[in-house]
Design a protein around this ligand. Structure first.
Ligand code: UDP
Ligand code: MG
Length: 315
């Protein structure tokens, strides 16, 4: 059996050498072959020369380097395309995903699971972060039709057929967490204690998280649009009821002119609702715009391996 480890790396010069040593040491216990596919996502530090050095010294290491930063989703896609293994484990380069858990994943995979998902506990996270995450997942699971679980990320083992299925999905806007859930197959989840990042910095800012959250909401289906339609209908119903009530009051008490505040609040509130709905439609149109351009997900600058083109381009 061949196991592939896919590692997206963006500015990870401080830790990448240690990562390689730890993973290879850990996998020496594994009785099968393994390879490590590093994807340098346009790092601006010395990550690429370090990867070249690693690949020179270890034939099990391969690397793909992007022309610029294309994002972790693109890096994972390139890694999955390049991976040749019967099973693939996706892992962060910052050692926040403990390498020893790979054995646990392999054991569960041997029991017949196509996806073995590691779910991190939120110990050590700030309370605000934990609470927002909980609220977000509560809301999103009501709106999208795949199940998204808090704490579940990209740290997981995928069987060959799962990887092939994920690679069939060639959409431009990739929300992997949802794509993995979408393909299905027999999967299982186990919990692990999340390690604190030792070197380098997390690339997540609040703005990025917010955008990621919106992507998750909008990448899957048109339920948000459906919700907008319902909201519109409710507002119309409320407006009709209110109009009837005003007419009723006018018939009983005579015409009553004041209403400045009511008018102002109604107009601004409705304008707000309309802007949000328009933005929502715009988001979908924007997504279509990106999809129809069919630009590649990434451009390769340097590599010591072959990255197969997406399926449809081969045909
Ligand atoms: N990463 C990447 N491209 C990016 C941002 C991050 O390939 O644009 C990689 C990064 O090198 C790391 C993994 O994705 O291996 C997770 O990133 P990070 O540790 O910053 O995220 P966090 O652990 O805070 O969620
Ligand atoms: Mg990290």
């Amino acid at each position: 059996m061949l196991l592939s480890i896919v590692v997206p790396c963006f500015n990870e010069e401080e830790i990448i050498g240690r990562f390689h040593d730890q993973v290879t040491a850990e996998l020496s216990r594994f009785d099968g072959e393994f390879e490590i596919v590093y994807v340098d996502d346009g790092s601006r530090d010395r990550t690429l020369p370090l990867l070249e050095g690693i690949a020179d010294g270890d034939p099990r290491a391969r690397y793909v380097s992007f022309s610029r930063n294309f994002g972790k989703e693109a890096a994972m896609l390139a890694g999955l395309r390049a991976a040749a293994g019967d099973a693939v484990v996706i892992m962060d380069a910052d050692l926040q995903h403990p390498p020893e858990l790979v054995h646990r994943m392999l054991a569960l995979h041997a029991e017949g699971y196509d996806q073995v998902i590691a779910r991190r506990t939120r110990t050590g996270d700030r309370v605000t972060r934990t609470l927002t995450a909980r609220a977000y997942y509560w809301a999103i699971n009501r709106l999208v039709d795949v199940e998204l679980v808090d704490g579940v990320g990209d740290f997981r083992l995928l069987s060959r057929r799962t990887v092939d299925a994920v690679l069939e999905l060639t959409e431009y806007n990739r929300f992997s967490k949802g794509l993995f859930a979408w393909v299905g197959f027999k999967s299982t989840t186990f919990e692990y204690e999340n390690a604190v990042r030792e070197q380098g910095r997390s690339k997540w800012t609040f703005g990025k998280l917010l955008n990621y959250g919106l992507d998750g909401l909008l990448s899957f289906n048109n339920k948000p649009l459906r919700a907008a339609v319902y909201l519109g209908m409710i507002l119309v119903a409320v407006a009709f009821a209110y109009a009837a009530w005003i007419v009723g009051v006018a018939l009983v008490n005579g015409v009553d002119t004041p209403g400045y505040v009511t008018l102002l609040v109604t107009v601004t509130a409705l304008a707000g609702v309309q802007m949000v709905m328009l933005g929502l439609v715009g988001e979908y149109v924007g997504r279509i715009y990106y999809e129809v351009k069919r630009r590649p997900h990434y451009l390769v600058k340097a590599t010591n391996t072959r990255v197969p083109a997406p399926r449809e381009e081969q045909e």
